[in-house]
Ligand binder design. Sequence first.
Ligand SMILES: Cc1cccc(-c2n[nH]cc2-c2ccc(F)c(-c3ccc(S(=O)(=O)CCO)cc3)c2)n1
Length: 240
Amino acid sequence: MVQHHLTAEVDAVVKQQVAMARLGVGECGTGWQLFAEDGEMRMYRREQEVDGMVVDPLKAVHTVKGITGHEVCHYFFSPQYRYDWETTLEHMNVVETISEDTLVFYQLHKRIWPASQRDVVFWSHIRHLPNDQDRDGPHIWTVVNQSTEHPEYPGCSGKTVRIYLTVCLLCQTIVNPPKDGAPISRNDISCKITYCSVVNPGGWAPASVLRAVYKREYPKFLKRFTAYVINQSKNKPIMF
Ligand SMILES: Cc1cccc(-c2n[nH]cc2-c2ccc(F)c(-c3ccc(S(=O)(=O)CCO)cc3)c2)n1
């Protein structure tokens, strides 16, 4: 079977993004600054501008009880749930199904005053990786979203501004088996989530406005999304 033209790119970007997501933020001199905290959630950014535009890389780390990395990635990747948790969506459709673990999405997001409305085309890939710290432990799961071109969605409609993003959601399931050898329940599991994103907003927008939007939107997004996964999963068998 002939490989899809994106397959090589998907493989390279996933490997690179997983490696970056695994890097800690603690190392001094890495330039990561903590900008939001809420319980177990910590949000860091590096202030970075390209051609005068804010493209601050973001790294969020969060630990959530009662769900697994497979469940978090399943609900993040699968299109049928997206309108449930992505509340800034005005329109979303799957432009192409490259394989069962690789889709191409078009998304039109709600306008954030005073900037013009943004849209984005990206491939999205879900994958699980052996847990190299604990060979017998549950696999690590990841979803990588990477902007891409698509002939049906040229980025020059004029009405909206096309944004460019790279997002990596990396999830590690932690199991604390019950002492008495009872079956593992949701009280015995938690998920360590790392969410990395670099967004080029496309058209120019004031740095102060963009940074204020990120500061407000990212913590809301991660809390809302993880609460959604907890609620969807709680009465279902555990997906390891
Ligand atoms: C979480 C967040 C941060 C910064 C801005 C906003 C936001 N508020 N109103 C409109 C947007 C907006 C505009 C354009 C976008 F591409 C995305 C966008 C955000 C996340 C992702 S994703 O890949 O992480 C999850 C899939 O939607 C994709 C697009 C979000 N939301």
